[in-house]
Design a protein around this ligand. Sequence first.
Ligand SMILES: Cc1cc2nc3c(=O)[nH]c(=O)nc-3n(C[C@H](O)[C@H](O)[C@H](O)COP(=O)(O)OP(=O)(O)OC[C@H]3O[C@@H](n4cnc5c(N)ncnc54)[C@H](O)[C@@H]3O)c2cc1C
Length: 486
Amino acid sequence: MGATMTLTAERTAAETFLAEATELLGAKGITQDPDLMEPWLTDWRGRYTGRALALASPGSTEEVAGLMKLCARHGVPIVPQGGNSGMVGGATPDESGRGILLSLRRMDRVRDLDTGAGQVVCEAGVILQSLHELADENGLRFPLTLGGKGSATVGGLISTNAGGTQVLRHGTMRAQVLGIEAVLADGSVYDGLTALKKDNRGFDLKQLLIGSEGTLGIVTAATLRLLPAPTARVTVWAGLSGIVEARTLLRAMERAMGDTLEGFEVVPAHCLDSVVAHLPDARPPLSQRHEWNALIEFVASGMDEGRLRERAERALAEAMEDGLFDDAAIAANETQAEDLWTLRESISAAERARGPAMQHDISVPVEKMPEFILAAIPAIEGEFPGTRGIAFGHLGDGNVHFHILAPAGAVPGEWEEDEGRRVSGRVYDLVTDWGGSISAEHGIGQVKIGELARLGDPVALAMMRSVKRALDPDGLLNPGKLVPGA
Ligand SMILES: Cc1cc2nc3c(=O)[nH]c(=O)nc-3n(C[C@H](O)[C@H](O)[C@H](O)COP(=O)(O)OP(=O)(O)OC[C@H]3O[C@@H](n4cnc5c(N)ncnc54)[C@H](O)[C@@H]3O)c2cc1C
């Protein structure tokens, strides 16, 4: 009887909240239709499926603020979501069904574009691909890109401090955001959109919100930096004998090519084989098989292509004379350059097609990465017989995707939950011993919250909890994500 009364009271409270939210947002702004909600309740990797009271899609900052005030008054949790392309289950609600899934996708206006200053003010729902197109149409570029660009939104990119393949030269989202507008847990609006090059009025609140995965505030708009469009691009595929040689080549290219060096990705032979087997039209760029490959990109603005190519060829010839690589192919045109990038960007899908694996997105200091790879792969393979370790990606950033493939015959779904979990624990132990990060790009979300609690610096974790409590005392913003024990 008592339980029935509590359930009824909860239902009434939810109904009251929903009625007020519908009045605020209108029929377009909120739905409980299971068919409309269903695609957004499972994360991109398909590992988590949650439930939600409703899917809210406000059309303006005022509406987000009004909804947040309502949530605060009724104690309703809120899970912000952009393109749902995140890799750590951060935008997926829990299974309680008590919270609101807040989509920012309707807020996709470009509020202002200042081509002279190289600045754009975008709402949170603007998709990265659209931002690239807008910049391109105006002779500019937004210097951050990643495989999920067709769905990732400005709000999601900011909230995960996304990286990608141009971080080596241009930095992560932290370097691209000049200002932020965000709705806080009490519904107040932080207006920090004005881009100031110098501002020492206290804490950098914009940087506090970047990478906070929706746990400290809801990003509604941002001022982003744009750069002049490139005038020259040279893309190179080099074959090397080892990962230590790859680091030496990286340093040589940095010295010779200065800040035209924009990308330096490493691809082991195993990954190239997987991609060639997976993609019908893919071919290895070099005639011989090499244990390691490097995909190197030089980009310049205000320099013609011929000059950049000449410089790159000279630098590569010297590196080859020094024995830093064995063979190389330089893309002759944009199509060939794109083909080389397709090989790199298809690795995850090609490796996934080979069978179950545990994926880790880790970093250690750039100088230590080759030695880390050479020590960690045999350590894991020795401890878990039959597994195979591969590392590929952003060597120039000290960040690789460190995948451990399951032994032959492992049952997909079962292996990951059993031995796979222990494998990941060991990988994160090793990364921590080497002074690195268990999350270089994708964030913590719900996937890694336990590992962060286990391995994070207790002082840093206590600081994170204090900040969370101060900005979200009732724990309504994206509960169960990022901050252990919040
Ligand atoms: C094929 C592919 C390749 C990828 N490559 C990379 C890569 O190279 N580098 C990289 O860093 N990432 C990569 N990603 C991951 C993903 O694209 C990024 O994490 C991206 O930033 C997520 O944006 P989103 O809009 O999809 O956010 P979502 O997945 O919707 O949300 C991500 C997190 O941000 C929060 N959030 C979303 N919007 C807001 C908002 N407006 N306010 C507050 N919190 C918000 C969510 O609650 C969640 O915690 C890749 C993804 C795919 C599918």
